[in-house]
Design a protein around this ligand. Structure first.
Ligand code: PEP
Ligand code: MN
Length: 350
């Protein structure tokens, strides 16, 4: 069990992708102070997927963040990826650090950062690894906790996928849900900017994140996104940021009275779920009998034509009933895969 303490977080952490100049950083900070933003973000060292892009202003940008702190009173945070970054950021009095998605994928780099942090009590936010590998994310928390860092929180920034999707990085909401289950009490902040990759989708994802109980939002804002040196397409203008925050719906705590109101519906769900399990068990018993027939009569287990016909009929029926086509297809792919597995097992054990 990891010893994790809550970080004093305001809901909103915002600022430019990269600190580009003192003017840009201060202009951005002035537009955010007083907008409910208590922590200002800006990348000083930028890990770029391909070489030749802007790699951050480097150490001198730490001075700009110090200026933000003294002028606006906001706390400041930046990304660190190695021991030298950590030393420079600590020396500059940066209030909070984050580990980037590319760094979380590298146990050597995370360990180096953790070792450099040993003996400090600075809060650290850990972005999910760029690939959908929960164990790497958990491993990073373990390495930091192992170095004595107690105030830790997660940033959910989405996962890369090979295929072009609507979002730049796919949310895979089930992964942070599982993270919360594996590290009870961990705060999860959502970064809809990197998820979306497009400024127009940021408000939608920000609201979805709040609906999924995000503990905070981590948003990229630039005074003039079109001129940004990194992540141009996804940064909001201060005006867009204001519009978004004025529309976000924050949910209140669920009270016992709400639980009571929802209980009859929940009871119905429980009955339906039990029935689903019963039906699945019956279904697999039938599957087994078919498996025995196939074995006795020397037939192949996989009957592709039949599977395609069933899948089409069921997705059609599902659609008629208002169910999502992809969901039904996936559900029956899973059930069918399990049927095949049962029949293969049966064949090999008899
Ligand atoms: C960032 O927050 O600007 C950043 C580099 O993010 P990520 O590590 O999620 O790509
Ligand atoms: Mn960025």
């Amino acid at each position: 069990m990891m010893n994790i303490e809550k970080i004093e977080l305001s809901t909103l952490i915002a600022g430019p992708c990269s600190a580009e100049s003192q003017e840009q950083v201060l202009e951005c900070a002035r537009s955010l102070a007083g907008q409910g933003v208590k922590v200002f973000r800006a990348g000083v060292w930028k890990p770029r997927t391909r070489p030749g892009n802007f790699e951050g202003a480097g150490d001198k940008a730490l001075e700009w963040l110090k200026a933000v702190k003294s002028e606006t009173g906001m706390a400041v945070t930046t990304e660190v990826a190695n021991a030298r970054h950590v030393e420079a950021a600590l020396k500059a009095g940066i209030d909070m650090l984050w580990i980037g998605a590319r760094t979380t994928t590298s146990p050597f780099a995370v360990q180096e950062v953790a070792d450099a942090l040993r003996g400090t009590d600075i809060p650290v936010l850990v972005k999910n690894p760029i690939n959908a590998e929960l164990e790497l994310w958990i491993g990073a928390f373990e390495r930091l906790a192992g170095a004595g860092i107690k105030r830790l929180a997660a940033i959910h920034r989405g996962f890369s996928s090979y295929y072009e999707r609507i979002y730049r990085y796919s949310p895979e909401w089930q992964i942070p849900i599982e993270l919360r289950r594996r590290i009870p009490g961990i705060q999860v902040i959502c970064d809809p900017s990197h998820m979306a990759g497009r400024s127009d989708l940021v408000p939608l994802l920000a609201q979805m994140a709040l609906d999924m109980k995000a503990d905070g939002l981590f948003i990229e804002v630039h005074p003039d996104p079109a001129k940004a040196l990194s992540d141009q397409k996804q940064q909001l203008t201060p005006q867009q940021f204001r519009e978004m925050t004025s529309k976000l719906v924050y949910h209140r705590e669920t009270k016992p009275a709400d639980q009571k109101q929802m209980q009859p519906l929940r009871n119905r769900l429980d009955d339906i779920d039990l029935q689903l399990i019963q039906d699945l068990a019956d279904r697999f018993r039938v599957t087994e009998r078919i498996g025995e027939y196939k074995k006795d009569h020397n037939l192949a287990i996989l009957q592709s034509d039949r599977y395609k016909a069933i899948s089409d009929t069921l997705t059609g029926k599902g659609k008629e009933l208002g169910l999502d086509e992809d969901f039904i297809r996936l559900l029956f792919e899973t059930i069918h895969a399990e049927s095949i597995r049962c029949q293969i097992n049966k064949k090999n054990t008899i």
